[in-house]
Write a protein that binds this ligand. Structure first.
Ligand code: GLA
Length: 376
């Protein structure tokens, strides 16, 4: 029995010093995230090149101590691993180092991401005259990319984001270059090619804002269609680029239930909590103009630290409730200073470790949320 009432959890937070103005994490010395959740799900983190080459003195000890799964922030995106056309167009160096880092540290290794509309070079969609390629040419490029990349790390990268962010907010298919040139079945083809390249890999559809009903319904319809066609989609990635007040715990709970009911493994793939507010989106191009106020440039005030801790505790209690269906929860970054949410001069505080690498009250709250009710 892992559920706790709000009252009980408020008492626990108070016990842990989380509602009383304590702003430094305390549990870190004795408990790690991966140990606290060892009976529930893997705890992952997105890492950058400096980190997977052991060059981040602040971040690397945290990664090795706290996490048992890694995602590559950029190293496996098309623009990084396959920047140019032709047989010599691949750049495997960083991706090889990423995979070696995971193996050396006995971590589950995630591949992110094969087919996406962002961070994909323009040449992929154009011929030598700059004109859009045909469906056949683009399918062949996609097949070559997926077979080459997935094939290279077969049996080593266990989980792949095959298609990233294919849906609009209203649940319809995004008119990406993939969709416009190949047609809607580009999704089926991507999953087929990935399955051919590594029949044992877990293949994920990954997207943001799936907690919003229209988009979630679009994703459910898409997954059902793929399943009816026998396409090997085996997991859903809920990005969870969250706000302090969105999604609600009810929305998160309902979303996990809806995808689990389809027989999918549910994974939280890019968790962070934007404390600065503004437009709710994970679309990078929109994030640049998202608004919100840059009000915490000198650090997060204690009262907001506690609110963030409570927010994380609420989210993790939902994840723990669904521990039979959730197999992985991944944070999108190690410390606050590493986060993409600092873009354009914003000073954000979205993760469990502060800019000095110290655990925040949110860290303690997440550790506390893992404890079975009868041991609290
Ligand atoms: C999306 C992508 C990630 C990352 C984040 C934020 O959600 O899937 O790879 O780029 O945006 O940077």
């Amino acid at each position: 029995m892992r559920k706790t009432s709000n009252l009980a959890s408020a008492a626990l937070l108070a016990t842990a010093g989380l509602l009383t103005g304590c702003v430094t994490g305390k549990a870190s010395e004795s408990t790690t995230l991966k140990d606290a959740y060892q009976n529930d799900f893997l705890i992952g983190v997105a890492i950058n090149e400096k980190q997977f080459t052991d060059g981040d003195q602040r971040g690397d000890p945290i990664i090795k101590a706290q996490f048992n799964c890694i995602s590559p922030e950029n190293a496996l995106k098309w623009a990084s691993i396959h920047p140019d056309p032709g047989p010599n167009g691949y750049n495997f160096g960083p991706a090889d180092q990423y995979v070696e880092f995971g193996e050396k540290n006995h971590m589950t290794i995630v591949g992110h991401t094969l087919v996406w509309h962002n961070q994909t070079p323009r040449w992929v969609f154009r011929d030598s005259n700059g004109k859009p390629v045909t469906r056949e040419v683009l399918l062949e490029r996609m097949r070559d990319h997926i077979h080459t990349v997935v094939g290279r790390y077969q049996g080593r990268i266990k989980i792949w984001d095959v298609v990233n962010e294919a849906l609009n907010e209203d649940g319809t298919l995004r008119p990406s270059p993939w969709e416009k040139i190949i047609g809607p079945d580009y999704i089926e083809k991507a999953f087929q090619y990935a399955h051919e390249a590594d029949p044992n890999a877990i293949l994920r559809y990954n997207d943001f804002s799936l907690e919003k009903t229209p988009k979630r319904n679009g994703a459910i319809a898409l997954i059902k269609k793929l399943q009816a066609e026998g396409i090997p989609v085996t997991a859903i990635g809920l990005q969870d680029h969250d706000q302090m007040d969105w999604p609600t715990v009810e929305q998160e709970d309902a979303t996990i239930s809806a995808f689990a009911a389809l027989g999918l493994k549910v994974m939280v793939t890019e968790l962070d909590v934007n404390v600065l507010g503004g437009k709710q989106t994970a679309e990078i191009t929109e994030m640049a103009n998202q608004g919100g106020s840059n009000i915490y440039t000198n650090g997060l005030p204690p009262v907001v630290q506690q609110q963030l801790a409570e927010r994380y505790a609420d989210l993790f209690r939902v994840f723990v409730k669904h521990h039979n269906d959730i197999s992985l929860v991944t944070f999108w970054g190690v410390t606050d200073g590493d986060s993409w949410l600092n873009m354009r001069g914003r000073v954000n505080h979205p993760l469990l470790f502060d800019r000095a690498g110290n655990p925040k009250p949110a860290f303690d709250a997440v550790i506390q949320a893992a404890q079975p009710a009868n041991s609290k």
